[in-house]
Design a protein around this ligand. Structure first.
Ligand code: SAM
Length: 294
């Protein structure tokens, strides 16, 4: 077949799909059973085009027979991760942040408005981090929070680019209450562009970095007040969930909170430091011995 001719039956060879599934499970923690094959192949077609290959068979060969895997891994990860997110997704967590977490953390700060560190640990395109920023900025305005800093992390470089740009289609920000839209979202100057951008006042307080939750340790502060790790654990097997949860727990200050997705739970995860305080919300006790909490 001439290199420029597209393959007639454009599918990955079985051995290449299995090899991709193995790499993704070991590096990212995500299982790719045969039932995901059509989805994976669909998403990989854009990489086939970007690399100018004839099709998915050639893509598999490029990865595993021509040493292409190392350079392609970051794109492969972008293609297989599911990045669905929303502003104010699972809103009870943001009500908990405002109505319970901040008042409790204030008590721990001797009644003074606390300076808060928040981590969105599978941030996708940033909606979760910017939602927390809107809620906290409102509390700054009323003197209930001093300052705050939010870190968003994700394994996918594509979503991090979008998160840093902080530009979203207008339809996507519909869940943001109108007063907050007015305060924190800017319309494009070009009326033909149906997008908004998060205001610089919030962007200044939110940073995004790449992090693989499968890494043995996380190079971040260990005195975080609130960690959101929502809708990512479901993709991991039980031992990986346990390992991720105990690493995250070690980054919370005593009294800090961990929020999981509504279909996720710590049940059986054996992380002694965390106790359930509301549905899918956990609070850290004393720091694990031998590790500094501040
Ligand atoms: C479904 S989104 C959830 C986004 C947000 N937390 C929410 O609940 O709306 C899951 C995110 O987890 C990221 N992810 C998957 N595996 C990961 C890993 N091993 N390390 C870090 N992020 C990962 C994906 O790239 C994706 O953006």
């Amino acid at each position: 077949m001439a290199p420029s001719q597209p393959e007639l039956h454009d599918h990955l060879a079985d051995k290449h799909f299995n090899a991709i599934a193995k790499v993704i499970e070991s590096r990212v923690g995500i299982k790719l059973p045969q039932t995901k094959r059509t989805m994976v192949e669909g998403r990989l077609r854009k990489r086939v085009r970007a690399l100018g290959l004839t099709g998915l068979r050639a893509y598999g060969a490029h990865l595993f027979e021509r040493d292409g895997l190392d350079d392609e891994l970051v794109h492969l990860i972008d293609c297989v991760t599911t990045n669905k997110t929303d502003f104010f997704r699972e809103p009870s967590h943001f009500e908990f942040l405002r109505d319970v977490a901040v008042p409790q953390l204030t008590l721990r700060h001797g009644g003074r408005a606390p300076n808060l560190k928040v981590w969105s640990a599978a941030s996708s395109t940033g909606a979760e981090a910017y939602t927390a920023a809107m809620v906290l900025q409102d509390l700054v305005a009323t003197g209930k929070v001093g300052r705050f800093a939010i870190l968003g992390t994700d394994i996918s470089t594509e979503v991090l680019k979008e998160a840093r740009s902080a530009i979203y289609p207008r339809a996507f920000v519909a869940p943001v209450p109108s007063p907050m839209q007015q305060r924190y979202l800017m319309r494009s100057k070009d009326p033909r562009e149906d997008v908004v951008r998060v205001a610089p006042e919030l962007r200044r307080q939110v940073n995004f970095e790449r992090l693989n939750l499968m890494d043995e340790s996380y190079p971040f502060d260990r005195d975080v007040d609130v960690i959101f790790c929502r809708n990512v654990l479901i993709y991991f097997d039980r031992p990986t969930q346990q390992a991720v949860l105990s690493r995250l727990a070690a980054h919370l200050r005593p009294g800090g909170y961990l929020m999981l997705g509504h279909s996720e739970s710590m049940a059986g995860a054996g992380v002694d430091r965390l106790r359930s305080v509301a549905p899918t919300v956990y609070q850290a006790g004393a720091a694990v011995s031998g590790r500094s909490a501040a």
